[in-house]
Design a protein around this ligand. Structure first.
Ligand SMILES: Nc1ncnc2c1ncn2[C@@H]1O[C@H](COP(=O)(O)OP(=O)(O)OP(=O)(O)O)[C@@H](O)[C@H]1O
Ligand SMILES: [Mg+2]
Length: 335
């Protein structure tokens, strides 16, 4: 494993600026997630580190060595692709052993066997090693795709939304396992996703990327509690942060145009708050409810205790507690 440094890298495809001036260091043994919507430049960032694309500007260093001009094979990175592809005619074992069998590596057969078995155990697919890749469930195929990378000990694992094709339950399970494996192996991982839960639960640091620009990088807590702008604030948190005109509430610092209120910034009472709201709809999620409110014609969504007994048509009162403040351009203003 090694430290990987992306230094002021830009990349355009024709007229599309896929990445602009991206700088990011992934420390040895660190799990960094790039979080962003579709088209943000996430896959492009991984492909540049892998050497599958050349940057227009900037450089990439692995373990202190400038690899910008190096071919993918000379970079010692392992890639789990967004569209995972297994060799259908090979067994799970052979799929996982594939990279270790490269002629240049000359790994002894006994070592290959031991390594594949170790990783298959970690991924809970050890009983499937003799199956053809086609004789697996989607979740198992995804594990094999990850396993193919994990059998190697590269300088960095590059993972492109490796859990995205799974259902929610499997995704939750594999998320936990992948994190445990990363810690066990001391692996350095650059992981890209549009799923905030994956980023929050697995990454030691999250980079929020949008339109090819890195907007903020920090621990999940820093990003959640201290977003630099309204874009970043809206990336994390469920239900999504409510962005409301400051004029609705009064009492905001000078220069504040927008108030950002997450569930924890809102207290709902029958009366006595800062502003009145009408309950439009209550979505029952089981242990909690989503309360859809109308505040002076603006939609506001917050969580509520199902026991609180709010129903459509109720008029309630909202109180703000230490919300986030943003200026006219969406940048954060100190409270
Ligand atoms: N080979 C290419 N040729 C032309 N345009 C490309 C190419 N690869 C990427 N792009 C464009 O660059 C931008 C970033 O693409 P990228 O694949 O990095 O996004 P992404 O964040 O991985 O999105 P997704 O979440 O949908 O996978 C997009 O606008 C995309 O259309
Ligand atoms: Mg992508």
């Amino acid at each position: 494993m090694a430290e990987v440094e992306i230094n002021a890298v830009s990349k355009a495809f024709g007229k599309t600026q896929a990445l602009s001036d991206l700088s990011l260091t992934i420390g040895n043994g660190e799990f960094v997630a790039l979080l962003g919507p579709t088209g943000a430049g996430k896959t492009t960032a991984l492909r540049l580190v892998a050497g599958l694309e050349q940057p227009d500007k900037g450089s990439i260093r692995i373990d202190g060595r400038d690899v910008t001009g190096d071919a993918p094979a000379d970079r010692d990175v392992a890639f789990v692709f967004q569209q995972y592809s297994l060799y259908p005619h090979l067994t799970v074992f052979e799929n996982m052993a594939f990279a270790l069998r490269a002629p240049t590596r000359r790994v002894p057969e006994a070592d290959i066997r031991a390594k594949v078995q170790e990783i298959a155990r970690l991924l809970h697919i050890e009983t499937k090693l003799d199956n053809k890749a086609t004789q697996l469930s989607g979740g198992q195929m995804q594990r094999v795709a990850i396993g193919r990378a994990l059998v190697r000990s590269p300088s960095i694992y590059l993972m492109d939304e490796p859990l995205s094709s799974l259902d929610a339950k499997l995704r939750g399970e594999l998320r936990l396992e992948l994190k445990r494996i990363q810690v066990d192996l001391g692996a350095t991982i650059l992981y890209v996703t549009h799923d905030q839960t994956e980023a929050m639960t697995m990454a030691s640091r999250i980079g929020v990327i949008e339109g090819g620009r890195l907007m903020q990088i920090g621990t999940p807590r820093e990003i959640y509690e201290n977003p630099v702008n309204a874009h970043v604030a809206a990336r994390l948190g469920q239900p999504v942060i409510n962005l409301l005109p400051a004029a609705l509430f009064g009492g905001a610092p000078a220069g504040v145009e927008t108030v950002g209120a997450r569930t924890e910034h809102l207290t709902i009472a029958r009366s006595g708050g800062d502003v009145s709201a009408t309950v439009k709809r209550v979505e029952h999620l089981g242990d909690q409810s989503h309360l859809h409110l109308d505040v002076a014609g603006r939609p506001v969504v917050t969580l509520a205790d199902p026991e609180a007994g709010f129903g459509a048509g109720d008029v309630v009162s909202l109180r703000l507690n230490k919300p986030l403040f943003f200026d006219a351009r969406g940048w954060r203003v100190a409270a």
